[in-house]
Design a protein around this ligand. Sequence first.
Ligand code: BES
Ligand code: MN
Ligand code: ZN
Length: 499
Amino acid sequence: MTSKFDISFARSAKASGGTAIVLKLIDDEAFSGADGLDPAGSLARAARIAKFKGKFAAKMEILAPQGSAADRLVAIGLGKAAELTPHGWLRAGGAACAALGDADKATIYLDMPGMAVTGEQTAGFALGMLLRAYRFDRYKSKKNNDDDAGSADKTVRVTIVVAAATDAKRAFETSDAIAGGVTLARDLINEPANVLGPVEFAAKAKELEKLGVGIEILTEKDMKKLGMGALLGVAQGSVRPPRLVVMEWKGGKAKDKPIAFVGKGVVFDTGGISIKPAAGMEDMKGDMGGAAAVVGLMHTLATRKAKANVIGIIGLVENMPDGNAQRPGDIVTSMSGQTIEVINTDAEGRLVLGDALYYTNDRFKPAFMVNLATLTGAIGIALGSHHAGLFSNDDTLSANLLAAGIATDEKLWRMPMGREYDKMIDSKFADMKNTGGSRQAGATTAAQFLKRFVGETPWAHLDIAAVTLASPTDEINTSWSNGFGVRLLDELVRRNYEG
Ligand code: BES
Ligand code: MN
Ligand code: ZN
């Protein structure tokens, strides 16, 4: 879905019809805005009556304000200037988007009496608007117009008025690229598995070619040749064949080692023969959230022409029970040569990633690898929905990821790894088994499994199972999946690898 906003920036604009939005810091006494916006002082009067001070994301609305050129005036609170973070600007934009309702046309005045808003802040605000406006309603035969962000199929002209308009316009190119990547990730995750199998998912990734991303799609035959017995073992229970997609963005210097992002792409996870209970199983259409984030990230990096060499790799399979499905007790040989006893066919993500990580490292020798995966239910028990689990063999990479998480509010929490946990996946019959054998430290034993496929390369695993599906609704997300990881990793690349 494309954004329903057509956003432009101007240094000044006369109010004329439609909805006008102004921002209000708690610190400021007065409101600001354009000539003719509020000649009768309706905003100040309404604020006294409503006790509107400008608390963050609070809203005050006046219809048909006396003498105003605008039909509707809305004030959005921004809280205290000193407490306003870069992410706060996204949230404020989201709140403004919601306040627009079904407006056809809007003018938003960002500068306040006590604060000249920067281009970066403006771009953040606009990004928040785009993210909030997202909806996934392609299967609704009647489009729903009565919820807060209005209808998806009309385009709303938004003029953002700010003194830093020129800077804002430049910075918005990045916002627009990020919104495109997040939207793509959300669309892929929200799409049901009957529509999006491994082959269809790979075809979606191939569309990135238009942006200059190199795409290679490995079929079952290619993977057999490479010896990817772990990934193929998962896939063999499905009538839909697996794919492995390699995406390459070469925006850096030729001599620079690439960095790599690897995603779990289980288009549907029934659990296989170790079948899952029925309740909530429909959510497993989102078990490709890691792969979707990688595709969304590549989209963003290519759109904004990131100055970095980046590899994206996704392992696409469907985990089904079937006459040909793998059984508990089966032993498979991974591309690395290590053998795996499959204790539980529902611990399939690590089997897919084990081969995908090994392949990535072996072929590209990246400076680091970050994988994203909806890997375990256990991570949600530990951290809930507001931090993804971070597991890593490298302190620098971890610190960079944690910092990017704070900046984007896609927060991470580092979890322990170690020799004792590693021992928990030793197998009686093979080099390792695919579960820890008990529920203890379930997210960590999964991470230890992955670690056995990354060699000495700096690596981080992000367990996003509890953050990207059934995501909490907030100012910038009302979608079932928020597309977690795209903003985080774009920030990681921008901060650390484009210098
Ligand atoms: N895809 C699931 C993990 C998951 C659970 C993602 C809930 C999103 C929401 C994964 O493949 C899985 O089934 N993990 C098992 C591992 C267990 C069998 C060791 C789990 O977490 O129960
Ligand atoms: Mn599973
Ligand atoms: Zn899974």
